[in-house]
Design a protein. Structure first.
Length: 442
């Protein structure tokens, strides 16, 4: 497949025409009486009309047929996708760790993107438009004559294994591990497996959906590194039926139409899907002493209505230099007023060299004490503090949320990946207390 082209910038006013139809974008107005090439004009808004201008998000799509032409939606099987946060009793032992989630073999079961979504934890409510859902996604096949949209929130997709070709109404995105992509609320997406890194047709990812707020880029993620697709259309009748699956108020619904919805010939606007390569993040770190809190690693944030408090921050722990003097350099022990869901794309996480594995995850719920494991503490309390590379070959990430999240039955039981021995990584922490301690002489 030819290299895909992208437009670069974050939240820019973009415009794009499929080169097969030059002049398909109306000039000087959005709603001509008759659009070029006989297209329909359709607006997709990401902010209320009344929002102040800098917060306004909307795009205009010029398409062969409008989205409204479809059969009614009917309930569809939700599998392990849920917004029921009371499936299991609350449990304050919410320092949890999961071994790498299993990817079904295609010889056993065919699983596409939608069928492969499993909700692991979350909180809040799509109806009041304030909430978060964290899903683990494993699949072994492409979506065929089928696409998906999430009416409940923006989808942030973090591939861990295998490349994805995501067709959207704005065009195509190729997303590989160490890249992320954002498919906003209401955008249609067809997720295909493009190429796999380990064995045939196996994909594993984490998805975050944040309800009620648009994801914004943080200052250290340069706007020009965000890539958005260019217009691409297909004029394809599907007499057997094209299925649109809609996640709406926490449940899945499906409808049929007799044409491909990827029929947008031209578009313009500032509300588009995008991808971002995590290697482009301009990492900063402490250059004097002490461990800086991980807000310095925030790539994207979905703001809540409370100033400075996020529904969810997307944070990464990329390779960097550690140079802090007279400092315990790894993460400190802490009790956080935010929930921390972490995943490992590749490598080893500095606070837990073992146990936390690529393709696995951890959850440290609100105020649950956690920090470096015993080995990490002992080693780094006496380490020679030369400048050194930290997290070489590693990419860990965190969804940090102000919500106190519930774990689902799938996360607790069905997935069978919960590491029940996780608490033991702190069990051997011993007291170093010495009441006769004297400050060292210099
Ligand atoms: O718990 C963790 O491993 C994540 C984390 C990392 C860090 O550097 C500081 C605080 C924090 O919660
Ligand atoms: Fe933490």
């Amino acid at each position: 497949m030819a290299e895909l082209k992208y437009l670069c910038g974050f939240g820019n006013e973009f415009s794009s025409e499929d080169p097969r139809c030059p002049g398909s974008l109306p000039e000087g107005q959005n709603n001509p009486q008759a659009c070029p090439y006989g297209l329909y004009a359709e607006q997709l808004s990401g902010s209320a009309f009344t929002c102040p201008r800098p917060a306004n998000k909307r795009s205009w799509l010029y398409r062969i047929l409008p989205s409204v032409k479809h059969q009614p939606f009917i309930p569809a099987a939700c599998g392990d996708l849920t917004e029921k946060w009371d499936q299991v009793e609350p449990d304050p032992n919410h320092n949890m760790r999961w071994r790498p989630f299993a990817i079904p073999q295609s010889t056993e079961k065919i699983v596409d993107f939608v069928a492969g979504l499993h909700t692991i934890c979350g909180a809040g409510d799509a109806k009041s438009r304030s909430g978060i859902g964290i899903h683990v996604y494993t699949c072994n096949t492409s979506m065929m004559n089928k696409c998906f949209n999430n009416s409940d929130g923006d989808f942030l997709i973090v591939p861990q294994q295998g490349e994805l070709l995501i067709t959207t109404e704005f065009g195509k995105l190729m997303v590989e591990p160490n890249e992320i992509c954002v498919i906003q609320v209401h955008f249609l997406a067809c997720v295909c497996i493009a190429r796999t890194l380990f064995g045939p047709n196996l994909e594993r990812l984490n998805c975050l959906h944040a309800t009620g707020s648009t994801l914004r880029a943080n200052g250290l993620a340069n706007p020009r590194d965000f890539l958005c697709p260019v217009a691409w259309y297909e004029n394809r009748e599907v007499s057997a039926g094209y299925t649109v699956i809609n996640k709406y108020q926490g449940k899945l619904f499906a409808c049929q139409q007799d044409f491909s919805p990827f029929n947008v010939v031209a578009w313009h606007g500032n509300y588009t899907p995008y991808k971002y390569n995590l290697n482009n993040f301009m990492v900063i770190n402490c250059v004097a002493f002490d461990h800086a809190d991980p807000s310095i690693f925030t790539v994207l944030t979905a703001k809540s209505t409370r100033p400075g408090v996020a529904i969810a921050d997307f944070v990464i722990f990329p390779p960097r230099w550690g140079v802090a003097d007279h400092t315990f350099r790894p993460p400190y022990y802490h009790r956080n007023c935010m929930s921390e869901f972490m995943g490992l794309i590749k490598g080893h996480y500095e606070a837990k060299e073992e146990g936390f594995q690529p393709g696995g995850a951890s959850l440290h719920s609100i105020m649950t004490p956690h920090g470096p494991d015993t080995e990490c503490f002992e080693k780094n309390s006496v380490a020679d503090l030369k400048p050194e590379r930290v997290a070489e070959g590693t990419m860990a990430f965190m969804f940090e949320s102000s919500f106190s999240m519930a774990v689902t039955k799938w996360g607790l039981e069905t997935c069978q990946k919960l590491d029940k021995s996780y608490y033991q990584c702190w069990e051997h922490l011993r007291s170093h207390f010495n009441p006769n301690w004297k400050p060292p002489k210099h």
